[in-house]
Ligand binder design. Structure first.
Ligand SMILES: NC(=O)c1ccc[n+]([C@@H]2O[C@H](COP(=O)([O-])OP(=O)(O)OC[C@H]3O[C@@H](n4cnc5c(N)ncnc54)[C@H](O)[C@@H]3O)[C@@H](O)[C@H]2O)c1
Length: 422
């Protein structure tokens, strides 16, 4: 265990408790001496007992010498710090240093070593910093094994993990690291190396967004004399749309007659209370930026004729109000692109009222662009923007057309964003 801080010491004590032989290394002699004396170097509920018992049982030891710790090791779990630099960038000094120290010891090794990076590192770091330092040695394989424990509940989080992620390209090394946690009640998520690195950031960003959202709703509720806790408790009772996988897949921008309107009203009313809600205030801007990426991808298409599948703001509706596809079409047409559109639920004679007014205001000659059949649109187009989730039979027709498909909604079983150049 390289680094006996919050992550390293907890991981070391818990793995020793699980029956592994663990040697902890730290350049901080105080932490090493504490562990050697059977004491946890800092407070974390349950850690003191685990360290005491594991040291007494001879399964956990500690040293300031990396050479001693690694001499008999099969796996090196890297848990060094990655603090923020002044500009917000990730500080990789500790990781660089420990990688070089491992690399210096590799030539003298008799057996292979799997280096598993538990420190939080930006995608690409395991390859560019850790693997690069190993100088191509066939003895060393590098995997990412990010840590998700929370201080204050770190031992419990280790024993009852919410997530276990191991990423790498060497299947045997990935399996070996996953097997360290074999006794825990969690199914390992085996992913690509960079995916594992990014998952850690995705989780922490998501937690931060959740907290900021709950606090903004609580602040608004407080200003309105409403019990914010009751609002959020009730929100959390919806496990279909709120606390669920719903809306958590990368895809197309949102639109329609409700989300943009209601966000605008909420933010406007809050501003009249002199209440700053930066997260909610910026959601529409984030959505607009996402639509802009899709528009740019469409503008960058090489072919002349652009077919668009989907016009309504989502599948199975004919509601065109605030459909991001309408905004996309406006730009493409404005830039002189040749466009035709097919939507299984839109027939011009069939829409009326505010729906008709919206589309006629945005694209008055929409009637000239709408195809009545998918086949007609596919026959005409050089390439097709998939701007709405197709049904299974439509998807089959789209794929059988042989036309390049640009997936804006994540409907084709491959990552939606891969279709949109950065
Ligand atoms: N603290 C958390 O709750 C938590 C949770 C999940 C992930 N993480 C991530 O895990 C990593 C470690 O976090 P932490 O809070 O345990 O950090 P920490 O600062 O508490 O511990 C890092 C330890 O590494 C030691 N170290 C640094 N370079 C070394 C070297 N060359 N040789 C030996 N020891 C060395 C330091 O002396 C220190 O004791 C960070 O990337 C962090 O972002 C932290």
């Amino acid at each position: 265990m390289l680094g006996l801080g919050y992550v390293g010491c907890v991981t070391a004590a818990c793995l020793a408790h699980a029956g592994h032989r663990v040697a902890g290394v730290d350049r901080d002699a105080f932490k090493v001496e504490s562990v050697l004396a059977g004491r946890a170097p800092f407070f974390e509920p349950g850690l003191a007992e685990l360290v005491r018992d594991a040291v007494a049982a001879g399964r956990l030891t500690a040293t300031v010498s990396l050479a001693d710790a690694l001499s008999d090791a099969d796996v090196a779990l890297v848990c060094v710090g990655t603090p923020s630099e002044k500009n917000g960038n990730l500080g990789l000094e500790q990781l660089r240093r420990v990688s070089c120290e491992i690399a210096e010891l590799v030539p003298g090794r008799a057996k292979p070593l799997v280096v598993a990076v538990r420190s939080t590192v930006y995608p690409g770091t395991c390859e560019e910093v850790v693997l690069a330092a190993m100088g191509g040695s066939p003895l060393v394989r590098v995997v990412s094994n990010p840590e998700f424990l929370r201080e204050g509940a770190a031992v419990k989080d280790f024993m009852e993990p919410s997530l276990l992620v191991v990423g790498g390209s060497d299947a045997a090394a990935v399996r070996q690291v996953a097997s360290l946690y074999a006794g825990l009640p969690v199914e390992p998520s085996i992913v690509a190396l960079r995916t594992a690195e990014l998952i850690k950031y995705a989780c922490n960003a998501f937690h931060a967004v959740k907290i900021a959202f709950a606090n903004e709703m609580g602040a608004l509720a407080g200003h309105l004399g409403i019990d914010g806790a009751e609002v959020m408790d009730t929100l959390c009772r919806d496990n279909a749309l709120n606390i669920s996988r719903a809306y958590l897949k990368p895809g197309f921008a949102f639109g329609g007659s409700c989300l943009p309107k209601d966000l605008r009203a909420l933010v406007y009313r809050a501003s009249r209370l002199d209440l700053k809600l930066p997260l909610l205030e910026n959601v529409l801007a984030a959505n607009a930026a996402h639509l802009e990426r899709a528009i740019q991808a469409a503008l960058d298409l090489p072919g002349e004729r652009i077919g668009v599948f989907g016009l309504a703001f989502k599948e199975n509706t004919d509601d065109l109000r605030e459909s991001p596809v309408v905004l996309l079409l406006e730009t493409l047409i404005g830039k002189g692109r040749k466009v035709r559109v097919y939507d299984p639920h839109i027939r011009l004679g069939g829409i009326y009222g505010s729906n008709e007014r919206y589309i006629m205001n945005a694209i008055p000659h929409i009637g000239n662009l709408l195809d009545q059949t998918l086949e007609a649109m596919l026959g005409w187009a050089d390439q097709v923007l998939v701007a709405q989730k197709p049904s299974a039979d439509v998807l089959a027709l789209l794929e059988a057309s042989g036309k390049p498909l640009i997936d804006l909604v994540g409907a084709l079983g491959r990552p939606a964003q891969a279709a949109i150049p950065a």
